[in-house]
Design a protein around this ligand. Structure first.
Ligand code: MEZ
Length: 534
């Protein structure tokens, strides 16, 4: 039976070995070792948790079972009930999603001189961007280069990403940092103004730029201010529930739903950008999540029903260090920066069981192995976990480092009486990121003409595993590009006529023909434990 006193007792073992462990340099695993580890312990390899799609562009493809239920779910609307002849909104670029990608997109579309409009089911900034902690990668130091960043990111993603997307990600990274810096993001800098950079798992150079351990919140604050200061319209508490096409199958707007009144509205647009973020709140395989409340895979559903193709959606990222204890913050993110700063992962015997800066899939799998097959986890009220020896940071870098570099972590645990400067913390993997998504070109185009995608909802950038700090980077690089390309396309597109939702009838007919009835209505919009939004 789990007891707090017992935990405190076990933590003493970690303290006793701290000095010794701090000096250890655990070896990296070989490629073969990683391969076996992943196949045995990574949740992506649990075949019983996946289903094969029976309709749509990815027919025959494997996706998590909960996602299959939504992708093959019923629309929230009967197309016959929606009057498309008199749109409530008319714009050039309709951006679905008010996170980092949607906001960056809106700013660039605005720069291009077109009318852009954001629609978001919660409020602008209520997004995974806001939740990102540790930093954003960019190879902008003399010892680094986009080519080295490319090798890290492409290799870290098991060579499964689209090379042209990785190239774009890394080559445009330095400019993304410059852009954010000029917009007003308060990056950590040395006294001479040089940006402070650190390592992340799988990076061969220190290229993680951060604003303490609330980098995403700082970036989102800046982007949100910029969108609002420019007067770009933001329709909040309003979700997009279907993409509208025109008679030629081009994206031409979206059906919107007011989240409180359930009133339906129509937004007509020359181009549409899906920037709805991820899927952590699907809690695949019963995992807790580090994600924002609205991360329910909506964009995948919107895109799929309209005819877009998905890729790599059978691969999810379980961030190795979700909070394992206490209950109030179970699954909340413990930033990788904690490990970048030197804290090591330790088992019940006080043993450092791996190099803490292996890539995330490998680290998560090692922790799962420690807690299952090796039975070296620490039992809490919530299951097993391993130690992350946070006091090691001040031991290595000097007193005050934790307070200065990871104040949000100090505060988050401090609220529950845990002083991470003095005590190790308990961690276990948490559902963090959707590695795949809507298949895009290097111009953010989907398979549906005039339909673009950006940010976590887009696939192909990270392959089958994403490195720390490449997500904040992705939302900026591909968010900005989406704004540029969607605006350019809007300029050469006439106001769409003959809007239609016939593709929904067709999709329903396909489902019926295949005998698929998942009993789910989609997009989901809010987690299953939210107040009913049906
Ligand atoms: O990119 C991320 O997911 C990130 C920066 C997370 C973190 O550990 O802080």
């Amino acid at each position: 039976m789990y007891k707090i006193d017992k935990l405190n007792e076990l933590a003493k073992v970690v303290a006793e070995k701290r000095e010794y462990n701090a000096k250890l340099e655990p070896r990296r695993m070989t490629a073969e070792e990683k391969d076996v580890l992943l196949k045995t312990f990574h949740p992506d390899y649990r075949e019983d948790q996946f289903s094969v799609l029976e309709v749509g562009e990815n027919k025959g493809g494997k996706v998590p079972t909960q996602l299959a239920e939504l992708l093959q779910g019923k629309s929230r609307i009967n197309p016959a009930d929606v009057d498309l002849s008199n749109p409530d909104y008319d714009t050039d670029v309709l951006i679905i999603g008010g996170g980092g990608a949607g906001s960056s997109c809106a700013i660039e579309a605005d720069n291009a001189g077109v009318k852009a409009m954001i629609v978001t089911k919660l409020r602008i900034g209520d997004a995974n961007t806001m939740m990102a902690e540790g930093g954003i990668q960019a190879a902008d130091k003399p010892n680094d280069s986009p080519a080295i960043h490319y090798v890290d990111a492409f290799g870290g993603g098991h060579f499964a990403a689209k090379p042209e997307l990785v190239k774009k990600l890394v080559t445009e990274a330095p400019d993304a940092i410059r852009w954010l810096n000029e917009l007003g993001v308060e990056f950590d800098k040395d006294a001479d103004g040089t940006m402070i950079t650190t390592h992340g798992g799988g990076t061969s150079r220190k290229r993680m730029h951060a604003a303490k351990d609330y980098s995403g919140a700082e970036i989102m604050r800046t982007l949100r201010d910029e969108v609002l200061n420019r007067g770009i319209p933001v329709i909040d508490f309003t979700s997009a529930i279907e993409i509208i096409l025109d008679e030629n199958g081009k994206a031409s707007g979206a059906v919107l739903m007011n989240m409180e009144t359930k009133e339906l509205m129509v937004a007509r647009a020359k181009t549409v950008v899906i920037a709805t973020g991820g899927a952590g709140r699907m809690h695949y395989q019963g995992f807790p999540t580090s994600n924002h409340y609205g991360a329910t895979a909506d964009g995948l559903v919107l895109g799929y029903r309209a005819g877009a193709k998905l890729r790599d959606v059978d691969t999810l990222q379980y961030h190795p260090t979700g909070t394992g204890y206490p209950e109030q913050i179970f699954g909340a993110l413990v930033t990788e920066k904690v490990r970048s700063l030197g804290a090591k992962l330790v088992n019940i015997d006080g043993e450092v069981f791996m190099n803490p800066l292996e890539t995330r899939d490998v680290t998560a799998s090692s922790i799962i192995r420690e807690c299952t097959a090796r039975d070296k986890g620490i039992e809490t009220s919530l299951g097993k976990a391993v130690w992350l020896d946070t006091p090691m940071i001040d031991l290595i870098h000097g007193e005050g480092t934790i307070e200065k570099r990871i104040p949000a972590m100090l505060r988050m645990f401090g609220k529950y009486g845990i002083d991470i400067r003095k005590e190790p913390i308990l961690v276990f993997p948490t559902l963090h990121y959707q590695n795949g998504g809507i298949d895009i070109t290097d111009k953010n185009e989907t398979k549906v003409e005039n339909l673009f995608a950006a940010g976590e909802v887009a696939g192909g950038i990270h392959g089958r595993n994403r490195l720390m700090g490449n997500s904040l980077l992705d939302v900026i690089v591909f968010g900005r590009n989406a704004g540029i390309y969607a605006a350019a396309k809007a300029k050469e597109t006439a106001t769409p006529e003959n809007l239609t939702l016939e593709h929904i009838n067709k999709f329903n007919a396909e489902l019926e023909e295949a005998g698929v009835n998942t009993g789910k209505v989609s997009p989901m919009l809010l987690p299953h434990y939210a107040r009913d939004v049906k």
